[in-house]
Design a protein around this ligand. Structure first.
Ligand code: MLT
Ligand code: ZN
Length: 442
């Protein structure tokens, strides 16, 4: 890769070694920055020969420690894989290098009125390869599905350097097991994604965003029901609470959006061929207050109250951060019981909750208890599981939740996962110890 693409200076390597939440860090052996698939393959062959662990890393915006090295591991940064290949307008697909950021792809596609229908607040850092490797979700997922729904093909380098390339973008291809699709959501444990072929959607030109103020989460579900019934232009419906709003306003120096406080807020995003704001009138009468914006700058201002939550939490301290999902109709029960459990375990803790209402995805952030005190983490994950939910909705397992995977998966499933890991990476050098828990010695 050239000597200048191998970073051994500890100070420089540190920027690849600390995650955003401050929960994970390590001292990598080195950071290596290949520029194309051939170099990735050569690096992996060298690492296999030297038997050193390799941590594939994209934009490093993950939340579960899946891309953060531990001491002595090699960081394989994919950010230099920046190729954007010619748009296939007939198939409405494009192939891009793993290191292209979501924002760069959005800008590239805008003149063609096309987009990848996956979006989230980390768009300027998150890379397409990382988003495929983690099956990224975000605010549009309840309408359009997660990353998996849009990947039409992958090029992958295996742990021993061999390359599998399936990039022709066929929608119909039942020629045996779909091996590369196993890489989606595998968090760098099965292989390294170097190129991604994506299915695209037409960008709808007219937009409207509403910030709705509500008395409680039960009323938010009524808004969701109404939205499903009468707002066909709905793309996203996220929620946050008064505590989070106050913290965001203070941190980002924003004015309060409404004259008085409300318990729950929804941000609703609509897109259509003609102005969708009329559809939003259906909410008059069910909300306590509302703001509607149709131009880009005002819409972005409204989204800041929601997208600023993560950054604000991280600025307040190292949070206990739990990305869970519960069946949407059980959200009021989940949030009610969550408050009670956290208050019992850590009465002085600050609970900041927000998320994606449409798919029941809740981001639970608990500030106060020391990081090593995991009682609140266990309580949140057990509560979500007891209600038929998931211990990881969109952030993955990484290092953060591997110990709790047995809460979510049966022994049979875990055994199959281990067998897959052994088949793809028999020496266990790719992102070791991420996702899969230690084998129960008994
Ligand atoms: C979000 O929805 O803001 C992101 O998933 C990150 C977070 O958990 O805060
Ligand atoms: Zn999210």
């Amino acid at each position: 890769v050239g000597a200048d693409q191998v970073v051994t200076d500890a100070a420089v390597a540190a920027s690849f070694a600390h995650d955003l939440t401050g929960r994970f860090s390590g001292r990598p052996l080195l950071v290596v920055r290949p520029a194309h698939t051939g170099e990735v393959s050569a690096v992996l062959r060298s690492c296999a020969r030297a038997a050193v662990a390799v941590i594939p890393q994209g934009g490093h915006s993950g939340m579960a420690g899946g891309g953060t090295p531990r001491d002595g591991e090699v960081v394989l940064s994919l950010r230099r894989l920046q190729g954007i290949e010619p748009l296939d307008q007939t198939a409405q697909q494009i192939t891009v290098g793993a290191g292209v950021t979501l924002e760069a792809l959005q800008e590239h596609l805008r003149p063609f009125a096309l987009a990848l229908p996956v979006d989230h607040g980390a768009r300027s850092a998150a890379t397409i390869g990382g988003m495929a490797a983690t099956n990224a979700g975000g605010a549009l997922a309840f309408r359009h599905g997660m990353m998996r729904a849009h990947v039409r093909g992958l090029e992958v380098v295996l742990a021993d350097g061999r390359v599998i390339s399936r990039l022709s973008g066929l929608l119909k291809d039942n020629s045996g097991y779909d091996l590369t699709s196993l890489l989606i959501g595998s968090e760098g444990t099965l292989g390294v994604i170097t190129r991604v072929r994506l299915g695209l959607e037409r960008l709808l030109p007219r937009r409207a965003t509403a910030l709705l103020a509500l008395p409680d989460i039960g009323q938010a579900l009524e808004v969701l029901r109404l939205a499903h019934e009468s707002v066909p232009s709905l793309q996203a419906i996220d929620f946050f609470e008064l505590r989070g709003l106050r913290r965001v306003c203070a941190h980002l120096n924003l004015p309060a959006p409404f004259r008085r406080d409300h318990e729950v807020y929804l941000i609703v995003d609509c897109a259509a061929r003609s102005d969708p704001s009329e559809e939003l009138e259906v909410f008059v009468g069910v909300v306590e207050d509302a703001l509607v914006a149709t131009d880009l700058a005002s819409r972005r201002r409204l989204w800041l109250y929601r997208d600023g939550q993560n950054e604000t939490v991280n600025a307040l301290g190292v949070p206990h951060k739990l990305d869970v999902a519960v069946p949407v109709s059980l959200l009021p029960r989940f949030l009610g019981e969550l408050r009670v459990r956290v208050a019992e375990i850590a009465p002085a803790a600050e609970l900041i909750v927000y998320g994606h209402l449409g798919d029941g995805n809740v981001h639970v952030n608990i500030l106060g208890p020391p990081v090593e005190d995991v009682r609140v983490d266990v309580a949140v994950l057990e509560l979500a599981t007891a209600l038929g939910g998931s211990i990881s909705a969109e952030h993955g397992i990484g290092l953060a939740k591997r110990g709790w995977l047995p809460l979510a998966r049966t022994e049979t499933e875990l055994a199959l996962m281990r067998a897959l890991k052994d088949a793809f990476d028999p020496a266990g050098l790719l992102n070791p110890d991420r996702i899969l828990p230690d084998l129960d010695p008994g």
